[in-house]
Ligand binder design. Structure first.
Ligand code: GLU
Length: 518
């Protein structure tokens, strides 16, 4: 059976040395899609051979990130499975057995070179313009010499004896890639601590776990050749390989924190939808071959293929991600958007659980068109939950380019007339239609320009210069809150058309930015 005809079993093998990185998430997505398309199994294996840097928190962070994205695995440390254990630190015996076998059959040897000797070798190779690689000095140590060194307790590593030959990998994404193995240098497979290196552990595990395809980032392409030699040395059938182009920043630098969020948890906290990230990660390394940009997971299941994955590096474009999130937010049913926005409002202290009789859905619907990330919701919608400070609102009226042309007193009179007109509407008539009838008539009766009238009302009701459509905002705000807010701002504006402000207003005025009209 060739690797291409085996039942599909794929895996990711993240190292728990940090949270769930976008690169890990992309790997999980592509592997999961491939597994589902072929009725296969998707395995999550934890590569914790680096015991110093691996942490339990990172491991749970990786699970949480993937689950939030909706990427679930069939076998793994937390869900179990027939090929467990799924943490490499719990499989050390297997690697030990494999290394001993290679030593016995002569495909591996013990290397006693000290770090200083290796460093000197490296420097001299570089000085001669050669790529630094291990010279193979300990390859030919006699069994007696090895025994003698072991008897002194000399530290050593185990290295694979590379067979010098021309190697060709038929990568499912990169195509045929060749490598002269003579240039590789014998790789370490077991460290002096007795721990296997990852490349070796992964080969043992791919075989033990019956992995049919290794789909991973192109940063591992070069590792594939020594790994294939390990498969061969152990008499294993190698899996098929698919190396996807790296994920880079738009400036083509390695994707990293300096350029913005990189962990799935960060994107969640910023208010990205999981489906946006799935959509964007799918397009950062795979192309549908059309201009289509919006894909659900089910559509990806239909269209995704390794053949259309990119061999060259892909850009992770955060501006595009933001745009895509806005598109996806607009497409959500408002009830679903409300469900997702609610925790952001609760965190901002705007909403207690359970919510306090605020008509949340109608409020959120008003900003659905503008919202690009869920964490904008507190800023965009906060004014619905808290009455604006009337003094600050009065100050804003004095600054705004529409309203500052009128004196504070005139603004007060305009708002008093508005209050009268709105008080005449009862709660049942508090609708966009009735509000527009009453207010459209009033602006004519007052003889104000529409811009100044509606901005006066907007600022008085919300404390802000930009809100969703005014009538809809007032309707959603409701009658009691609107009237209460207008009355408060009336109280903060001067009662007389007098340049000398009353003493309490003078105090107020000193807090306000200069307003010649007040
Ligand atoms: N632990 C490796 C990494 O996170 C996995 C590489 C592989 O998929 O073989 O880069």
């Amino acid at each position: 059976m060739t690797s291409a005809h085996r039942p599909v079993r794929v895996r990711i093998a993240p190292s728990p040395t940090g949270n769930c990185h976008v690169g890990t998430a992309r790997g999980a997505l592509y592997n999961l899609l491939f597994a589902r398309q072929h009725n296969g199994i998707f395995v999550l294996r934890i590569d914790d051979t680096d015991q110093k840097r691996s942490t339990e928190d990172s491991e749970t962070g990786i699970y949480a990130g993937l689950r939030w994205l909706g990427l679930t695995w069939d076998e793994g440390p937390d869900v179990g499975g027939p090929y467990g254990p799924y943490r490499q630190s719990e499989r050390l015996d297997l690697y030990g057995d494999a290394a001993r076998h290679l030593l016995e059959v002569g495909r591996a040897y013990r290397c006693f070179c000290t770090p200083e000797e290796l460093e000197a070798e490296r420097r001299s190779a570089l000085a001669r313009g050669h790529p630094p690689r291990y010279s193979g000095r300990c390859r030919h140590l006699t069994a007696r010499k090895v025994r003698a060194k072991l008897a002194t307790g000399a530290e050593h590593v185990v290295r694979l004896r590379i067979e010098p030959k021309l190697m060709v990998v038929d990568d499912l994404v990169q195509g045929k890639v060749t490598q002269d193995a003579a240039l590789l240098g014998d790789p370490v497979i077991v460290k002096s601590s007795g721990m296997p290196v990852y490349h070796f552990a992964t080969v043992v595990d791919e075989h033990a776990m019956d992995i049919s395809h290794v789909i991973r980032g192109a940063e591992h392409l070069n590792n594939t050749f020594p790994q294939i030699q390990m498969y061969e040395a152990l008499g294993y059938l190698p899996p098929a390989f698919a190396h996807i182009g790296l994920l880079l920043n738009p400036d083509r630098s390695k994707i990293g924190k300096r350029n913005g969020a990189v962990y799935i948890g960060e994107f969640a906290a910023l208010g990205y939808l999981p489906e946006t990230l799935i959509n964007h990660l799918a397009l950062s390394g795979w192309s549908p071959g059309t201009d289509a940009e919006i894909f659900s997971f089910d559509e990806l299941l239909h269209y995704f293929s390794l053949e259309r994955c990119s061999a060259s590096n892909a850009i992770f474009d955060r501006d595009k991600l933001l745009w895509l999130n806005g598109v996806r937010i607009r497409e959500l049913p408002v009830s679903e958007l409300t469900r997702q926005v609610r925790p952001f409002l609760v965190n901002a202290g705007l909403l207690a659980e359970p919510e306090r009789g605020v008509r949340l859905e109608s409020i959120i619907a008003l900003e659905q068109q503008r919202m690009k990330t869920l964490n904008e919701a507190p800023e965009l919608l906060g004014f619905f939950f808290h009455d604006p400070d009337p003094v600050t609102a009065a100050a804003l009226l004095g600054r705004d380019r529409f309203t500052r042309k009128r004196s504070g007193h005139a603004l007060r009179e305009g708002l008093e007339s508005t209050l009268q007109a709105l008080e005449a509407l009862d709660a049942r008539s508090w609708t966009v239609i009735k509000l527009s009838e009453v207010l459209d008539d009033l602006v004519v009766a007052l003889g104000w320009k529409r811009g100044e009238f509606f901005m006066t009302l907007r600022i008085a009701a919300s404390g802000k210069q930009a809100t969703p459509s005014l009538y809809e905002t007032l309707e959603a705000l409701g009658r009691p809150a609107t009237l209460r807010r207008l009355r408060a701002v009336v109280g903060a504006l001067p009662a007389r058309n007098d340049r000398t402000l009353p003493s309490n207003a003078q105090e107020t005025a000193s807090l306000l930015p200069s307003n010649p009209m007040l």
